[in-house]
Design a protein around this ligand. Structure first.
Ligand SMILES: [Fe+2]
Length: 218
């Protein structure tokens, strides 16, 4: 899609410039980052909730009504959502879901035995004025046949629902993961990698993951 987008924009700008004068539109051309990498879509997978859990806030490490906290390594996952022009997208609903530390998705189609009752499994957050979102969750673990990943779904008035997956930068299983490797464009593939950085003096992690998506014209 990117390879089409750039030439089309150039054509549009060229035709507008010819009819209305280049100066009028010159600033718009400058505002478009030339090397923007659009976040590639990925499959929804079988474990997107049929019905969201009652507790679906942005802290997946605690479940309302449960006594404990989630097993696994606490991770603060945050980032922002941008359009292809680099503009932050506010008011976008960000949904994430992932398996628990025991490799169970909290979904009727996955195994119930061994499920961590203290992991929420799914959470939502609506982006703020800077396009920002944040979750407290656990560092993703491998699921049978898959490298560690977190599923993302974005939706809102500015965009068609967008689904992808985020991966841990440098995780050795990425290189043998069929879904990750299915993205042929190297830069797009790498854009799904989030570095997990240890918070000094703790056993917790931070990870930053930005998304760049096509937005509808305002
Ligand atoms: Fe998955």
């Amino acid at each position: 899609v990117i390879t089409i987008l750039v030439p089309r924009r150039r054509l549009l700008v060229a035709s507008l410039a010819a009819s209305a004068g280049a100066l009028t539109f010159g600033h718009r051309v400058a505002a478009q980052p030339r090397d923007v990498v659009r976040t590639p879509p990925q499959t929804l997978g079988p474990f997107y909730p049929d019905t969201p859990p009652a507790d679906h806030d942005n802290d997946l490490t605690r479940v309302k009504g449960a006594a404990g906290t989630a097993a696994g390594e606490v991770s603060f996952v945050s980032g922002a959502v941008f359009d292809v022009g680099g503009r932050p997208l506010a008011g976008v609903r960000v949904e994430i879901w992932q398996c628990d530390a025991n490799e169970r998705y909290h979904h009727p189609r996955d195994r119930a035995e061994g499920r961590d009752p203290n992991f929420q499994g799914y959470g939502t957050f609506v982006t703020d004025a800077t396009g920002g979102y944040r979750f407290r969750t656990i560092k993703p673990v491998p699921y049978p046949g898959r490298t560690p990943h977190i599923h993302y779904r974005l939706s809102g008035p500015q965009l068609a629902p967008f689904v992808t997956q985020m991966y841990i930068a440098g995780h050795p299983q990425n290189e043998t993961d069929g879904l990750f490797r299915s993205i042929s464009d190297r830069r797009q593939r790498d854009s799904l990698l989030a570095p997990f950085v240890r918070i000094a003096g703790t056993d917790e992690w931070t990870a930053k993951f930005d998304l760049v998506v096509a937005a509808r014209a305002a």
